[in-house]
Design a protein around this ligand. Sequence first.
Ligand code: NAP
Length: 287
Amino acid sequence: MIAGPVINGETRLYGILGDPVHSSLSPAMQNAAFAALEINAVYLPFPVHPEKLAQAVVGLAAGGVAGFNLTVPHKIAIQPLLDEITPEARAVGAVNTVRRDDSRLAGANTDGEGFLQALAEELDWAPQGKRVLLLGAGGAARGIAFSLLGAGLHTLIIANRTAARAEALAADCASHFPRCRVETLPMEGLAHSAPHLLVNATSAGMGDGESPVELARLKIGEAVADIVYSPLETPLLAQAARLGLPACNGLGMLLHQGRLAFEYWTGRTAPLEVMRQALMAGLSARG
Ligand code: NAP
């Protein structure tokens, strides 16, 4: 029998609130990290219906929760329920990590920074002076857009199925980063966008979904990043492999946003390799 963590009166509670949340890999990753550093804490999935979010947060806080993550669909709705939000997360308009300090709930967003760290680690790619085509304008795309621009990107081109959301994100980006070029393009008009990097931040390609674009029609200068990680090789990444383009999936972003959340909660350096192995084990257990 495998021994679980010892739960006692000192155990700190963490978790992830989502709907659905049953297939989240975060519990495996965060519990492995707590165990590796011998931190007396446990991280649980909490399935929370959107209408019950406020009730769930008040209840968890009253029960002494030490921190939690938010996933779809709570990253935007959580904001008015918090006592403070980092300026970065406030600008992005989404929170994925909450820490309880005394009785105050503080929110941050580690998605965008996690994405940048995955790009650096897996593709040795940095945004300074570069041109990116970003597909999507949802919560994840917003975090990625702000992090890329904050890290010195020259030009950001946003394309989204619903054009109005791309326009709204572009307007927000332009007002926060007036020195950067921010453009929008229709999904069917990407042939001349000529980016160094293409980022898929849409849900297209999840499960047995299709690629959001036909890569051979675009002139990608350097690399492709897909933030979807299930399947590990999305249809977009399969196209990138056929074209010989360097590429990465969303597993690295998941790992690094989790690492940053762990460090925000504990103030300790996260055991990155332990977390990476727990993610891989969680994925292969899914089959
Ligand atoms: P979201 O806020 O619901 O946004 C979804 C985005 O995908 C929107 O831009 C939406 O376009 C677009 N979209 C959905 N279905 C599409 C389709 N069939 N064709 C083209 N576009 C489509 O979700 P999110 O939080 O941004 O998450 C987006 C994806 O990123 C999800 O797959 C999520 O699992 C993944 N993600 C990964 C990580 C990671 O750590 N790797 C972190 C966060 C999210 P419309 O505006 O037209 O609806």
